[in-house]
Design a protein around this ligand. Structure first.
Ligand SMILES: [Zn+2]
Length: 140
């Protein structure tokens, strides 16, 4: 770890720029994320913020509280588009499920024989669950 000479953040990825006039300055992913692409390390267990993972898609801006990272309009539009597409897929799946239910749903009451069979089945399942519990097994 070193300390960024520009913002004071600790980072393993500080770039020092040497200028023609002999001066130099530091930048790090904290103070200039657009100059750093994310390095993917399998041992990275942290959750990366959007501006850390995709620094080139964000613009650094300042508000009254300090630095904020704003998605670039085209990146935002792309993400919103993706959300819309997902919603359409879900709507389609929902439509199919409703159509299937309409086509196959039961509209007549159970006969007496069906009721007896259903109760017997439920009773079998119930005694199986009781037996499992007595054996100390979990039933899911
Ligand atoms: Zn910095």
């Amino acid at each position: 770890m070193s300390i960024c000479g520009h913002c004071g953040a600790e980072s393993t990825r500080i770039k020092t720029h040497f200028c023609e006039d002999g001066s130099r300055y530091d930048e790090c992913p904290q103070c200039n994320p657009s100059d750093f692409e994310k390095v993917t390390d399998p041992s990275d267990k942290k959750i990366w913020m959007g501006y850390e993972a995709h620094p080139n898609e964000y613009e650094k801006q300042y508000d009254k509280d300090g630095v904020i990272y704003m998605r670039k309009p085209e990146y935002r539009a792309e993400q919103e588009q993706r959300l819309m597409e997902q919603t359409e897929e879900e709507l389609e799946a929902q439509k199919l499920a409703v159509a299937k239910k309409r086509a196959t749903r039961r509209t007549t009451p159970m006969t007496e024989a069906e009721q007896i069979a259903a109760v017997r089945k439920a009773s079998e399942i119930a005694s199986w669950i009781v037996a499992s519990a007595q054996d100390g097994r979990d039933v899911n």
